[in-house]
Design a protein around this ligand. Structure first.
Ligand code: ATP
Length: 306
């Protein structure tokens, strides 16, 4: 059925060039996603701007009948705050976040932005106000500047460069053969994972959505690059409602709220400090990842829980 189609993976087929994107006036950060399942309602609510208040109210979702991967999920994020999903692989973190982008519709419950159910918001409102930065950054064949400008087609060269500076991309871009005019993508210069991530951050910076879904990268980068990325991300997420899908706990310590997801359910929630005090799944994951006590017992415990 259609539900087996992940809208994000269809990206390359939807928009293949800057010109196509420009012509169709696409506006989404990171990747273009044209939902294959969801549709605009006839009388959908159009908003130029949203404040960024996000609420999940008893949300349940399954890809396959009777096999929910998100179960009774409820949480609230105030405008400007950061909430991070952490938990074992396959727990449902990415799926939960995709419901905010409305790549899928919930089976029950509701996801609301500024109090409006996302199913009632126009898709254009959602696409232009909810940005998405993922680990699989989509760069099309075109220049660096075009890739950064993508989605904000009227941005000036100065604005592109300012965004690249904030994203810690400017220095490496200047060192490319033709600077911002260097061709990247399949037929251009090959960029490293860390460079691509920073271009994605610059793109999101330029688009400036009130809400950001950030699927954190798992690919290994060197320590210096990691610090640059973290600095770029800190600037990007500041004063913006951010939903982070975290793969490494060290990057979400500062989140206003951590939701520990296990088998589609939130099993613990709170700040980093509070969750360490609770000494539950989060503390176990933290101890393993930080290498503090990756003893046989700890690993056995994590395996047993996951
Ligand atoms: P990770 O940390 O590995 O990214 P996650 O917590 O983000 O994992 P999800 O990617 O949301 O987990 O996956 C949750 C469950 O849903 C998994 O069992 C996965 O196999 C399943 N799943 C994910 N996407 C689809 C899809 N498009 N169709 C069917 N099942 C899916």
């Amino acid at each position: 059925t259609q539900r087996f189609v992940d809208p994000l993976s269809g990206v390359g087929r939807i928009v293949t060039s800057y010109e196509d994107a420009r012509a169709s006036g696409e506006r989404i950060v990171g990747l273009v996603s044209r939902p294959v399942v969801v549709q605009d309602r006839e009388d959908s609510v159009v908003r130029d701007h949203v404040e960024g208040h996000v609420e999940y109210d008893d949300v349940t979702f399954s890809y396959l009948p009777d096999r929910p991967v998100v179960r009774n999920l409820s949480f609230t994020v105030e405008a400007g705050e950061t909430v991070a999903f952490v938990g074992p692989t396959g727990a449902g973190k990415s799926t939960a976040a995709k419901l905010l982008l409305r790549l899928y519709d919930v089976d029950s419950g509701s996801v609301r932005v500024d109090g409006v159910d996302v199913r009632d918001l126009s898709l254009e409102t959602l696409r232009s106000n909810v940005g998405y930065v993922s680990q699989d950054v989509f760069l099309f064949d075109g220049t660096v500047a075009e890739n950064v400008r993508y989605g904000s087609f009227d941005a000036t060269d100065e604005a592109v460069e300012a965004a690249a500076r904030l994203a810690e991309a400017h220095a490496f871009v200047e060192n490319l053969p033709d600077g911002y005019d260097t061709r990247v993508g399949e037929r251009g210069v090959k960029l490293s994972g860390g460079q691509r991530q920073r271009l994605a951050i610059a793109r999101a910076m330029l688009q400036d959505p009130a809400i950001l879904v950030l699927d954190e990268a798992t690919s290994a980068v060197d320590t210096e690059t990691e610090l640059l990325i973290q600095r770029g991300l800190a600037r990007l997420t500041a004063d913006r409602t951010t939903l982070v899908i975290a793969h490494r706990l060290s990057t979400v310590k500062e989140a206003d709220q951590l939701l520990v997801v296990d088998d589609g359910r939130v099993v613990e929630r709170g700040t980093h400090e509070r969750l360490l005090d609770e000494d539950g799944l989060y503390a176990t994951l933290w101890n393993v990842q930080s290498g503090a006590s990756a003893s046989e017992e700890f690993i056995a415990e994590v395996v047993a829980r996951a």
